[in-house]
Design a binder for this molecule. Structure first.
Ligand code: NDP
Length: 290
């Protein structure tokens, strides 16, 4: 049976949105936050304010944590380890896979179960089944609490290794931030040429929309270890990125980002990959085991 009550620790924008949709669903919600005033609005809507972390842990088996990172988790739960036994900690704070594995061991030493979560939605996406959160850790604990977790977002269980949810989250972030940085960089070059972000938007969107097609084309080749230069090759790629660097310089804009990409491609060319696809960079980053 789904838990009818739940504790939420950490009331930043994410934790507040989560506690809010849990209240809307009819769950009894106990909240605790270091800065107590952030609970006021939730308490006005029917949440129970725990006076201490111990009280917040004692209130419910299911404890959702939404904190800046795992340091905050230890700062809050470290002094309250005596209250952890029997709790299921659903940790929706982002951090590395290694830190997630370490926290799972730490929780187990104190008799608690740790489920790692990686939320792929902003606060406005909480409460929407189209949003998705990666989970990993003991499957029985995940299944037992899935009905409650699905009130927050859709769920994507990645496996028993507690690091997996954090890993998949970081892989998404790797793509997200590099892509967003390149978008902002292109906007800067456009601006120095008198073009507004608004004017550039349809073109930026069209390039972004073309990405899935490239991913689908290259994916089976990468998994097969094939980097044929029949569609693109690194000699061409490096020349192309060099033009971006020069266009950026001419516009008086910082070249760090395209120069980094050019540096990677040149290194691959020096390693004898001029005739291979840019996807062969993966062999430079992470050579296959022989
Ligand atoms: P915030 O950083 O705004 O909220 C953090 C919470 O952590 C607050 O309750 C804060 O308490 C608490 N906290 C931080 N450090 C400590 C500490 N040392 N001791 C006690 N409490 C501490 O984060 P968000 O709500 O925006 O996000 C929460 C998590 O969700 C983060 O890991 C974030 O990466 C992730 N996330 C956020 C998204 C977003 O769009 N915001 C999207 C997807 C994931 P206090 O109020 O007292 O400062």
């Amino acid at each position: 049976a789904a838990a009818s009550s739940v504790t939420v620790i950490g009331l930043g924008p994410m934790g507040r949105a989560m506690a809010g949709v849990l209240l809307d669903s009819g769950r009894r919600v106990t909240v605790w936050n270091r800065t107590a005033a952030k609970a006021d609005e939730l308490v006005a809507r029917g949440a129970e304010r725990a006076a201490t972390v111990e009280e917040a842990l004692a209130a419910n088996e299911l404890v959702i944590l939404s904190l800046t990172d795992y340091d905050a988790l230890y700062a809050i739960l470290g002094p309250a380890t005596g209250s952890l036994a029997g709790r299921v900690l659903v940790n929706l704070s982002s951090d590395t896979p290694a830190r997630a594995r370490e926290a799972a061991e730490w929780a187990a030493r104190h008799g608690a179960v740790h489920l790692t979560g990686g939320v792929q939605a902003p606060p406005s996406g909480i409460g929407s089944p189209e949003s998705s959160t990666f989970y990993s850790g003991p499957e029985d604990a995940f299944e037992a609490h899935r009905p409650t977790l699905e009130i927050l977002t859709g769920t994507d269980y990645r496996g028993a290794d507690p690091g997996l949810a954090a890993l998949f989250y970081q892989l998404q972030m790797d793509i997200f931030w590099t892509t967003m940085a390149s978008y902002v960089h292109a906007v800067a070059v456009a601006r120095r040429n008198g073009i507004t972000a608004e004017e550039f938007l349809p073109y930026a969107s069209s390039t972004a929309a073309s990405v899935p097609g490239f991913l689908a084309f290259y994916t089976p080749r990468i998994d097969a270890g094939r980097y044929d230069g029949d569609v693109d090759n690194l000699a061409m790629g490096a020349a192309s990125v060099e033009h971006i660097v020069h266009t950026t310089e001419d516009a008086g804009v910082d070249t760090t980002l395209p120069a980094a990409v050019l540096g990677l491609m040149r290194r691959a060319v020096e390693q004898g990959r001029a005739g291979e696809s840019f996807t062969s960079l993966v062999e430079m980053f992470a050579p296959r085991a022989a």
